[in-house]
Design a protein around this ligand. Structure first.
Ligand SMILES: [Mg+2]
Length: 418
């Protein structure tokens, strides 16, 4: 098995096809299999060539690209620093102050008072994202986007006729830079878990390769919080069980791990050994479509609640129409002042495919909440059980016509339900 050919080896230096230097990290000294017992691909996973590509500080980098005066400054893309928004993305200059995404903007401003705050421009990010995804898809059909700025690529078979996944990763990074002016980091390995870990090890603008034979050694030294699926709750549980690194995980049998972590136990058992069988899913089905907003101040008045819901329903309805999809279940999400979060759902076999249908059901959902009695800090609307719009049988719908999408109509409708 000429597996090494799939990865960059010491004798096969990176081609410098781009203006910037590749920073290639090779996990040292691949151990050859004992002579006479050549290592073979015992499972499909060993043979796969997976790349994880992740744009560097994506939103912030797009802002710097479009406004060069921002370059090198501590830049934060997010909500109002004097309000209650959160950091959506930040430049590396901002990160040196301890700012990170999902942090409240107010806290980010305290950490870095000189930071420049800009509001997110999602349409622009989506536009660049489409360019990047096209580059990925020019290499392979098997592209699984995780968000606007990262994706897994299974290049075991690819359109380029290239055997080396590392060279494909170089090619992708160089093309992204040439066509968008932005840098990306990439990880190359034999499965999703390792490829994603790899892409994060040398950011920004890095390329890291974990050859399959080095996978187990690499995972052994890894802190458990870096593992896919380990949030802070699981991390605490692991630490309580004396599991701090991949090496600690190795001491547990699959049964013990299942007992500790439920269905994830088997996955942890696998990744501790560098094994992750999850396929790259090109057509990962979107499970829901929705929108939500944290309000500038907590609201109590029904008129204010209705106005926000009308806005959300309009946005979601337009999104559904634009995508020509509909969802059978509508969910209203409400977070009260004390952070208690509730959801109220209803299902309609005819599906929700536009603003009118959403508005028609909202009064019923709102009536099942404490809106008007408790202060609200966040409102959200989403639809799930998604289908292409034309996949549903035509059911004649009786849209009660007061709900034509006008604010006063929704208001009176909601009042009628109260
Ligand atoms: Mg990124």
């Amino acid at each position: 098995m000429q597996r090494d050919a799939a990865y960059l080896t010491k004798n096969e230096p990176a081609r410098n096809t781009c203006r910037f230097q590749y920073r290639i990290v090779l996990i040292p000294s691949p151990r050859k299999a004992q002579s006479g017992t050549p290592e073979t691909c015992s499972t499909m996973t060993d043979c796969r060539k997976i790349i994880h590509v992740d744009m560097d500080a994506f939103f912030a980098s797009v802002e710097e690209l479009d406004n060069p005066r921002l370059r090198g400054l501590p830049l934060i893309v997010g909500g109002d620093p004097d309000g209650r928004g959160v950091v959506a993305a930040c430049s590396y200059a901002a990160r040196t102050f301890g700012v990170h995404s999902a942090m409240p903007c107010a806290r980010a401003k305290r950490l870095c008072p000189q930071a420049v705050f800009v509001r997110p421009r999602l349409d622009r990010y989506r536009e660049v994202s489409n360019q990047i995804m096209l580059i990925f898809r020019s290499c392979t059909e098997l592209v699984e986007p995780l968000s606007l700025d990262e994706a897994y690529l299974d290049v075991s078979r690819n359109h380029l006729g290239e055997r080396s996944a590392t060279r494909i990763a170089e090619y992708v990074r160089a093309r992204i830079f040439r066509e968008t002016g932005l840098t990306a980091s990439a990880g190359v390995s034999c499965n999703k878990f390792l490829a994603k870990i790899a892409s994060g090890t040398k950011k920004p603008d890095g390329l890291t390769v974990i050859p399959p034979e080095e996978a187990a050694g690499f995972v052994a030294s890894l802190p458990v919080r870096k593992f896919f699926g380990v949030g802070s709750a699981t991390e605490r549980k692991m630490q309580a069980a004396g599991i701090h690194t991949g090496a600690d995980l190795l001491r547990f049998s699959v049964e013990e791990l299942i007992q500790l972590f439920g269905k994830h136990g088997r996955f942890f058992h696998g990744i501790a050994r560098g094994i992750d069988l999850r396929p790259v899913l090109a057509h990962r089905e979107r499970k829901s479509l929705g929108t939500e907003t944290t309000l500038h101040r907590d609201i109590l008045e029904m008129e204010a609640v209705e106005a926000v819901l009308l806005e959300l329903a309009t946005e979601l309805g337009q999104d559904l129409t634009a995508r020509a999809i509909c969802g059978k279940t509508l969910t209203l999400k409400m977070r009260y002042q004390d952070f208690t979060t509730i959801t109220r759902s209803c299902t309609d076999m005819a599906g929700f495919s536009g603003t009118d249908e959403l508005l028609a059901q909202l009064p019923r959902l709102v009536a099942a909440t404490e809106a008007g009695r408790r202060r609200i800090r966040l409102l959200g609307l989403s639809v799930s059980n998604l289908l292409p719009k034309n996949a549903l049988p035509r059911i004649p719908k009786q849209l009660s016509l007061p709900f034509s999408g006008q604010k006063h109509d929704l208001t009176s409708a909601l009042k009628g339900m109260g």
